[in-house]
Write a protein that binds this ligand. Sequence first.
Ligand SMILES: Cc1ncc(COP(=O)(O)O)c(C=O)c1O
Length: 389
Amino acid sequence: MSTIYFDNAATSWPKPDVVQVAIGHYFGLAGGNPGRSGHRMSIAASQVVEDARDALADLFNVADPAQIVFAKNATEALNLAIYGWLQPGDHAITTSLEHNSVMRPLRHLESKGLELTVINCAADGTLDVEAVRQAFKSNTKLLVTTHGSNVVGTVMPIKQLAEIAHEHDVPYLIDAAQTAGVLPIDVEALGIDILTFTGHKGLYGLTGTGGLYIREGLTLKPLMRGGTGSDSAYEYQPTFLPDIYESGTPNVAGLTGLAAGVNFLLETGIEQVAAHERRLMTRFLDGTRNIRGVTVYGPDDVGIRCGVVSFNIDGLVPSEVALLLDREYSIMCRPGLHCAPRAHHSLGTFPTGTVRFSFGYFNTLAEIDTAVNALRELITVAEQQKVSS
Ligand SMILES: Cc1ncc(COP(=O)(O)O)c(C=O)c1O
């Protein structure tokens, strides 16, 4: 039985061959400390970091690559954006679909005097844009939403939301952990102020990498201060990008992989990746639509979905389904609450959650068919359990 990996929303697998090759190359030729020493391996390491920045700037249509700042993952990038921008007494608006990487910093700040409005999404994960418009107040300082939900796959109308935020002169922070590398993102055309991403999901890089794009003119308080390899005679943090936010030796091996992953996407074409994931999703939705006993959550329109889908099987708890899929069918997926408990309140699936399949560029239509057949068989298992209990 061949392995079917449907857990790309947690981390993508497999990585493109070029990612593995690039990492071997890094350890052979570029293993120095970037920006620190000045010998050829240090210069080669700096080049790797700048190659990753350039590739991401290309991918997101960022004019100056220095506006891309690296962090160790999306969580750290979101913490930099949220703590670096908001103050006690400010008001922030977010949605019920957010991952804990957004919700927990906001809730923590709320305990220190931030005013927070959480707009509840509908049971299919869609957001009422008018409710967002109504939520703005004179002290609103930030709108922050996910781009694509990691629970139900709903894609937010980010262009419309950016327009509303800008009508109020408020920056819009987008958590693109599930969409970077999966959907086209043009920060200029979409009017994005801050975009956070993680390196190890749709960008096909390694864990321990991520970062954010910060629009020119927006200044955040750094999360950390320290050595940057620049302005070494000076005892104060540099004030220029990206060094102001990048203290300490970066994860160069990880960024080597990230650069290779992003270049793979640029060569493949993001439209092609998006179209493939739409085909996979359409096949899954069509395949499960008429199976009695399977409830699939999220919008029916694949145009407003990324490659993430949640479902439940009557009579089986999500953890049992995931265990059976792994053990009996070699299908790997994630059950539970997916670090986004409030999203499950919107869906009506709290506290047990859902089973989540998340597709990637290397999944095939045949794998979807195998999984749909597996779900059919699991219905029978659930019915047998019911009879025998
Ligand atoms: C929507 C969303 N935001 C943020 C994160 C955090 O990403 P990371 O664990 O790479 O920091 C995730 C991870 O699953 C996510 O799905």
